[in-house]
Design a protein around this ligand. Structure first.
Ligand code: AMP
Ligand code: MN
Ligand code: MN
Ligand code: MN
Length: 287
C-alpha cells in the first residue's frame, strides 16, 4: 500500500532532526511520499528535496501556517506550494518576526512565576532563531526539571491560564489560504481535533475555509485519537473537503513516528488523489 505522510517538522521549526535526517527517517519507515511542513518557514525544503532524491522518495513542498481565527490559534498546512513565491515568502517572514517578540513576553511571564532565563534557554533549542516557539520553551522547561515531560510542560506552562502563555495575533485564515493558493498549493486544516471550538464554531471554520478556497482537512493525524478518525472523515465529506494524513512528527520518541499511521478510511477522498507525481505509486494501493 502507498504510504503518504503529509505533515512533519524539522529543526527549521520545532522538530529536532535536520530536514535531511527527517527524509532519511521517512525512507527507513517505508514512506513513499513525504511533505515537510515546518511552522511558518520553508527554509528546509531545498535540503529535504536533495535528500529525497537520494533516498528515492517523493518530497512534497509544504508549510504549516499559524493563523488566528475567532480568537483561537488554527494551523493551516499548505501542500505542493512554491516556496519561492514572493507573496508566500513575505507572509511567512512577517509571522516569524512576531515570534521573537512573543518569546520575550513568554519569558517575562515565566519570570513572574520565578522561572528566569527562559528566553535564552528556549533559544538554545531553536536552530532557526526566527522560529522560536513554545516547543523550544517546553524542551528547556523539561531539561530544567520544571516538568517531567513535554506533555506536562504544556499542561503546566505555555497554555492559556498558565505561566508562559501570552495571547498572540497570528495571520488571518484568509491570508494563509491566499498565500498557499497563490503559490500553486493546496490548503489543509491541520489537526481539527486539537481546537477548543464548540461544534457550531468548528462547522463555521470549515465553512469559511471552504469559501476561501481551502480544499482539505487532516483526518488521520498524530493529534487525533483513533476514536476521532470517523468524526473527521464524516466532517470532511459533509463539508466537501478532501482528507489528509500526517503524523505531525517532531522528534523520535515523541508521539507517532513518520509514516506510522493508519490508512485513510476508504470512503475519504484523499488530497493526493490527482497528484501526477504520485501516479507511479498508485498501483501499490489495492483497489
Ligand atoms: P507555537 O507555534 O510556538 O505556539 O507552538 C506550537 C507547537 O507546540 C505545536 O506545533 C506543537 O509542536 C507544540 N504543542 C502544542 N501543544 C502541545 C502539547 N499539549 N503537547 C506537546 N506539544 C504541544
Ligand atoms: Mn510544532
Ligand atoms: Mn500544528
Ligand atoms: Mn505540525
Amino acid at each position: 500500500m502507498i504510504n503518504i505522510d503529509l505533515h512533519c517538522h524539522s529543526n527549521v521549526s520545532d522538530g529536532v532532526l535536520s530536514p535531511t535526517d527527517v527524509v532519511a527517517r521517512a525512507a527507513v519507515n517505508g514512506v513513499h511520499a513525504l511533505a515537510l511542513t515546518d511552522h511558518d518557514d520553508v527554509a528546509g525544503l531545498a535540503a529535504a528535496c536533495v535528500a529525497a532524491g537520494a533516498a528515492g522518495l517523493t518530497l512534497i513542498s509544504g508549510v504549516e501556517i499559524s493563523v488566528t481565527w475567532s480568537g483561537q490559534t488554527v494551523h493551516i498546512v499548505g501542500l505542493r506550494i512554491d516556496p519561492a513565491h514572493p507573496e508566500l515568502a513575505a507572509g511567512l517572514q512577517g509571522i516569524r518576526l512576531g515570534r521573537i517578540e512573543r518569546a520575550q513576553y513568554m519569558s517575562a511571564d515565566l519570570a513572574r512565576s520565578g522561572i528566569t532565563g527562559a528566553y535564552e534557554g528556549a533559544n538554545a533549542y531553536a536552530v532557526n532563531k526566527e522560529m522560536v516557539g513554545r516547543t523550544h520553551f517546553a524542551r528547556w522547561l523539561v531539561a530544567q526539571g520544571h516538568a517531567p515531560d513535554m506533555r506536562s510542560a504544556f499542561r503546566r506552562f505555555l497554555t492559556r491560564g498558565n505561566p508562559g502563555y501570552v495571547e498572540h495575533e497570528w495571520t488571518t485564515l484568509e491570508n494563509a489560504v491566499r498565500w498557499i493558493r497563490a503559490s500553486g498549493g493546496l490548503a489543509v486544516i491541520a489537526h481539527p481535533g486539537r481546537y477548543a471550538f464548540k461544534a457550531h464554531e468548528l462547522h463555521r471554520l470549515l465553512d469559511a475555509f471552504r469559501t476561501l478556497g481551502g480544499e482539505g482537512i487532516e483526518v488521520i493525524t498524530g493529534s487525533h485519537h483513533p476514536s476521532e478518525y470517523g468524526k473527521f472523515a464524516d466532517l470532511a465529506r459533509a463539508f466537501g473537503l478532501k482528507a489528509s494524513r500526517g503524523a505531525d512528527f517532531h522528534a523520535p520518541g515523541e508521539g507517532i513516528d513518520i509514516g506510522r499511521l493508519p490508512a485513510l478510511p476508504h470512503y475519504c477522498q484523499p488530497v493526493w488523489q490527482d497528484w501526477p507525481e504520485l501516479e507511479p505509486y498508485f498501483s501499490l494501493s489495492p483497489g
